[in-house]
Design a protein around this ligand. Structure first.
Ligand SMILES: C[S@@+](CC[C@H](N)C(=O)[O-])C[C@H]1O[C@@H](n2cnc3c(N)ncnc32)[C@H](O)[C@@H]1O
Length: 208
């Protein structure tokens, strides 16, 4: 698939990334891939692979690699009885949510199996054993207070100078959504990151 074909495919994948935000993510990834080919990228929150295809399309242009991290058991709001529960993603054997088979299928259909590499497990456990500096970090994992702050604290120090930090579901108005992604976005601005773009609830920042 070409870059454009991958973006068109990404729009059809089950997930939580509107096309304008996905395309913005890909556009910044594309610029970063040409600036620094062969880089290491990581996303927290893979779900069924939608954002991984947007980012993977860009990574493939520069032979960068995107690690796509998720425990594949869904966030709180994806569990049975909550708003974003999808019964088609429940494993009939154990009755638990499992997005890993869908994620694998998505990456295979996009032809990105050598660009997008799955990391399956809790973000904080992986972070404690992952030493690679990051050229791009996308935070879209758990949106609860403790999980979002744990992701911010564990992973943002790994972003290299000049590298990109993207955060999803940043809502300045509390009426639009939960606080933690907005709080970590403010923390990043107060630290060494500068905003370079805002599209919908996506914020893209660059590390000094
Ligand atoms: C909003 S969804 C990600 C959406 C995805 N980026 C997309 O484009 O559709 C959040 C994901 O974070 C994962 N998640 C939540 N807490 C996590 C944790 N502590 N470690 C790993 N994954 C986690 C959930 O399993 C869920 O798949």
């Amino acid at each position: 698939m070409t870059y454009e074909e991958r973006l068109a495919f990404a729009a059809t994948v089950n997930g939580f990334m509107p096309p304008d935000e996905g395309r913005a993510l890909a556009r910044h990834g594309l610029a970063r891939a040409s600036e620094r080919p062969g880089g290491t990228w990581l996303e927290i929150g893979a779900w069924c692979g939608k954002s991984a295809v947007y980012l993977g399309a860009a990574a493939a242009t520069g032979e960068s690699v995107l690690y796509s991290l998720d425990h594949h058991r869904g966030s709180e709001e994806n569990q049975f009885g909550w708003d974003y529960h999808d019964p088609t993603l429940v494993d009939p054997i154990d009755g638990r949510l499992n997005t890993l088979p869908s994620w694998q299928r998505t990456i295979a259909v996009a032809g990105l199996e050598e660009t997008v590499i799955g990391l399956v497990g809790p973000s904080s456990v992986v972070a404690a054993h992952f030493a690679q500096p990051l050229d791009l970090l996308f935070i879209d994992g758990g949106h609860g207070h403790d999980v979002a702050w744990a992701d911010y604290t564990a992973w943002t120090p790994a972003v290299v100078s000049g590298g990109l930090l993207a955060i999803h579901d940043v809502f300045p108005d509390p009426a639009d959504g939960g606080r933690p992604p907005y709080e970590i976005y403010l923390a990043a601005l107060a630290d060494r990151f500068v905003e370079v773009d805002a599209v919908g609830s996506l914020r893209v920042l660059r590390a000094n």
